[in-house]
Design a protein around this ligand. Structure first.
Ligand code: ATP
Length: 510
């Protein structure tokens, strides 16, 4: 909901997770910087994905292709001709909108109206209320629900048919107004390419037009044979990659969910033609197992199968996540056939075939791709982790329950007092732990306040050194989520913490 979303934004800033880019110059729309904690969280998510792909699967290797690619790449991939959003301007306000988003928002608004009516009726009728029956029979609710569905269905058909005049007509028919000014004076709808252009080369005459890559996948396709040959890979095998991608998004909202510069984690799995739908199912399951291992809650995920497929795909699904603004795409899993490799063969004139010794023949493999936005995964983790709790004694705490494997700081080392040799013991503990995990020293304020600060920071363990430590050579370890405390011998501390935070331990849960 809106309140939770606002909390996420302010907490992310206050605790050094996400800042607006170039904030002192009032920021840059849809571009964000990650702070000291955000950079760690992002790195840990990336690593958790990378190791799950390239370490747990013997048949998957990773590459790191350049952001700049030969411009023909984007002709072959279809991005030059078809990577567009339909735009519309309001003639009075001169504001620019995505035509499809205006229509989607119209539907969303009517869905909310329907829900409000149902909620009101539920309150009125009490226990006997049948929400399903009510939404099917109450004329007002039926009307709202129709308006929440029909327009997007018509929109999908119009876009499929590239009927931009039809999209404009639909906006006029629905009497959609400029959300800022209420004006209904619209221009025609036109296609707008999302790729950022730039130039390579020093002199004006010889400079070549380039694009910043809008997805990392093409770097994998063009390297398919390099990797296959140099790595002696046999089909089926996969290539994984993480890296920046750039899209000139027009609707810049929803925080780091939709950015102009973002990071993708993609894996292309090359299979024998005819086996792709089996592998598609395998990868759906494997990717969901990866998500489940982090424990963000099964209810927060759902598959959304595509009914309408892109021309190159023969199966596609999204893993949607319950973000503070509702279920939205977190990851895509697509069966892309041989579309990309064939297109690159055609445009480059080079063969991109695999010789299958068992079959004794050449073929262009089919591809299953899994593609997840690192920033969206960050938002999924962060927004689910942030909770306000009322404790037994009636006090409140804000806690960031980030899975320990992903947490920026694994343990805070806290001497109860700044004297009596306690800081020195803390330093010894840090010097032992720092080789295997990121820890943080904190000696300021009363211990209760330090615990709260670490809760809000997302640190899963607090290690407190007190006066007994000198006697029993042990410390108190406090668990962020349960707030239970355990006495652990200093000599066992590293093993105890590693068991709970180490990536190697968490990867076993997949
Ligand atoms: P959407 O429909 O939300 O624009 P998409 O279908 O265009 O997404 P893909 O092209 O399939 O997305 O890209 C794969 C993944 O990359 C997405 O599932 C998402 O996690 C991420 N992604 C795409 N665009 C952005 C963006 N502008 N900002 C952040 N992440 C993005």
């Amino acid at each position: 909901d809106q309140d939770q979303f606002k909390k996420v934004l302010s907490h992310a800033k206050e605790y050094g997770y996400v800042f607006q880019s170039s904030e002192i110059y009032d920021g840059l729309q849809a571009v964000y910087d990650y702070g000291q904690n955000g950079a760690e969280l992002k790195k840990n998510i990336r690593e958790y994905w990378w190791q799950a792909m390239t370490q747990l699967n013997q048949d998957i290797v990773g590459i790191d292709a350049a952001i700049f690619m030969h411009p023909t790449t984007w002709k072959a991939s279809g991005h030059v001709d078809a990577f567009n959003d339909p735009l519309i301007d309001n003639k009075d306000s001169k504001k620019r909108y995505r035509a499809d988003v205006l229509i989607e928002d119209y539907c969303e608004k009517h869905l909310q109206k329907a829900n409000k009516e149902i909620e009101k009726a539920a309150n009125r009728f009490g226990d006997d209320f049948d929400a399903k029956l009510y939404s099917e029979t109450n004329p007002r609710v039926v009307g709202y629900l129709k308006k929440s569905k029909e327009p997007v269905e018509r929109l999908a058909k119009l876009l499929q048919a590239e009927d931009l005049a039809g999209v404009k007509a639909l906006i006029e028919e629905l009497e959609i107004a400029d959300p800022d000014t209420g004006s209904k004076n619209w221009t025609d709808v036109r296609q707008f390419n999302l790729m950022f252009g730039t130039k390579i080369g020093a002199s004006a005459d010889t400079a070549t037009d380039l694009y910043l890559r809008p997805e990392t996948a093409q770097g994998i396709f063009v390297n398919f044979l390099n990797v296959q040959k140099s790595g002696r890979m046999k089909i089926p095998f996969g290539i994984a990659q993480t890296g920046k991608a750039f899209r000139n998004e027009i609707v810049a909202r929803q925080f780091i969910f939709r950015q102009r510069e973002f990071e993708q984690m993609e894996m292309q799995y090359f299979v024998k033609p005819g086996t792709e739908l089996e592998w598609f199912e395998v990868w759906k399951e494997k990717r969901m197992a990866w998500h489940s291992s982090l424990g963000l809650g099964a209810d927060n995920y759902r598959f959304h199968d595509h009914e309408k497929l892109a021309h190159y795909a023969n199966a596609a699904t999204d893993i949607e996540f319950n973000f503070p603004f509702g279920f939205k795409e977190l990851e895509g899993i697509h069966s892309r056939t041989d579309f990309d490799l064939k297109a690159h063969e055609e445009y480059s004139g080079k063969k991109l075939k695999f010789f299958d010794h068992e079959e004794n023949k050449n073929y262009v493999p089919y591809v299953i791709e899994t593609s997840i936005g690192l920033d969206r995964m960050f938002l999924a983790v962060f927004s689910t982790a942030l909770v306000d709790e009322t404790l037994e004694d009636g006090s409140e705490r804000t806690v960031l329950k980030i899975p320990a494997v992903l947490a920026p700081v694994k343990a805070a080392i806290l001497p109860l007092l700044k004297k009596d040799g306690l800081p020195e013991i803390a330093e010894e503990i840090i010097n032992d732990l720092k080789w295997s995990m990121k820890v943080q020293y904190d000696e300021k304020d009363a211990i209760g306040r330090r615990y709260r600060r670490q809760d809000a920071n997302g640190t899963p363990f607090c290690v407190t050194i007190d006066h007994d430590t000198k006697e029993d050579q042990a410390v108190t370890v406090r668990d962020r989520d349960t707030m239970t405390q355990e006495r652990i011998a200093i000599k066992d501390l590293k093993t105890y913490l590693e068991k709970r935070v180490a990536m190697s331990e968490w990867l076993r849960r997949i």
